[in-house]
Design a protein around this ligand. Structure first.
Ligand code: NAD
Length: 369
């Protein structure tokens, strides 16, 4: 298992180490890999793993698992036929794809796991987004110098905070649920019609945008200029009343839509908080500075580089479970008939397999090599 830069997460936990060993595999963990997620080398050793350095061990691994893409240096050292399982970000790391081809590596991209019911327990994007949505609200509550719930005290009533969630996908729905649990008055909106029912089932109010255009699919698409104008008008009326805004809106494979414009931030009350969870793909707020906290007219705009670092123990726990489920499925299918026969029959394999035996196996990355 390779080191993952400054990411605090780790791709295997002691609990999952025991599961790999019970399934007949040997597990080697890079020294110190779990430190930032609160897991010591001794915890891994007690679970049955060996501890080693990447330099010593990587050439002998059959399967390498990591949270983030491997460095070119590490890929260079892998033996032909090694299976690599991680979030691959091929468009950000095209050289890795070339190296996978040159070195005959069988690489799987966890971010391509289909969003289907059958693959739900392997879906790292969902598990991590869920934790990010939760933590965004906790961080907003920490920065906000007001309470979240309505408090009746002998000195008077403290009103509940008003929270707006923009984008009601996995992260947004968890943010709604968390803000509701803390007692806030929550509103949310999304371009997808299906989101309305989900938002309302969590007890939040859905903000309707008056437009003929609706997004019916599972995923959002870029909306028309007229929809964007109607959306902006609605937001301009809602934002001055909000204490907290959590933005999570993304469009798969594209830059995040800029939804909260400068003048909208300037219209908000001093002390309000915006947490932009879409900052990695450009951000939903015009004032977002990725990786930084900006203050504009008393409004704090927070854009973490990786909010998951702040919840790395649970993020690692869920990531490790997702990957174990994926590998268990993969190795069983490959054991039955080999990758070439298993991939066409199983979308979980065909969609995630990106390179195998010196060839690109995914149309989306063909242009990169
Ligand atoms: P995402 O991270 O791609 O986007 C977050 C949300 O932002 C989405 O709900 C999207 O509709 C919304 N959005 C995009 N542009 C917007 C705009 N201009 N204004 C307001 N909102 C905007 O989404 P996700 O969390 O990956 O989920 C995407 C879809 O996949 C959802 O329909 C979700 O229910 C579905 N999903 C299904 C499964 C499964 O079946 N196993 C698992 C995960 C997600």
């Amino acid at each position: 298992m390779a080191k993952e830069g400054v990411d605090h997460r780790v791709a295997v936990t002691p609990e999952i180490t025991e599961k790999y060993i019970a399934a007949g595999h040997n597990v080697t963990v890079e020294a110190g890999a779990g430190n930032l997620a609160g897991i010591t080398d001794d915890n891994y050793v007690n679970a049955g793993a060996r501890i080693a350095t990447v330099e010593n061990e990587i050439t002998t691994a059959d399967v390498v698992i990591s949270v983030n893409p491997l460095s070119e240096n590490v890929i260079d050292r892998l033996a032909r036929g090694t299976i690599v399982v991680s979030i691959q970000e091929p468009f950000k790391h095209p050289n890795n794809m070339k190296l996978f081809i040159d070195r005959g590596i069988t690489a799987f991209a966890l971010e391509f796991i289909p969003r289907t019911t059958r693959a739900q327990y392997m879906d790292v994007l969902s598990s991590q987004a869920c934790l990010a949505g939760y933590k965004a609200v906790i961080e907003a509550a920490h920065y906000l110098d007001k309470g979240f719930p309505l408090l009746m005290t002998s000195a008077g009533t403290v009103p509940a905070a008003r929270v707006l969630i923009i984008g009601a996908g996995v992260a947004g729905l968890q943010a709604i649920a968390t803000a509701k649990r803390l007692g806030a008055i929550v509103t949310a909106f999304d371009v997808r019609t299906a989101a309305k029912e989900q938002v309302e089932s969590l007890g939040a109010k859905f903000v309707d945008v008056e437009s003929q255009e609706i997004a019916n699919g599972v995923y959002a698409t870029e909306m028309s200029d007229s929809y964007k104008l109607a959306q902006e008008e609605k937001l301009r009326s809602v934002l001055p009343g909000c204490d907290v805004v959590i933005t999570t809106a993304q469009i798969p494979g594209k830059k995040a839509p800029v939804i909260v414009k400068r003048d909208m931030v300037e219209s908000m009350k001093r002390g309000s908080i915006i947490v932009d969870l879409a900052s990695k793909t450009g951000g939903n707020c015009e004032y977002t500075v990725p990786g930084e906290t900006a203050v504009v007219g008393g409004v704090t705009i927070i854009a973490f580089n990786s909010i998951l670092d702040l919840i790395a123990t649970d993020a690692s726990r869920l990531f490790a479970k997702n990957v174990f489920a994926f590998l268990e499925f993969l190795l069983q299918k490959v054991g039955e008939c080999g990758i070439d026969a298993a991939a066409p029959a199983e979308d979980i394999i065909s969609k995630t397999l990106i390179t195998h035996e010196g060839k690109v196996r995914n149309d989306r990355i063909q242009a990169l090599v």
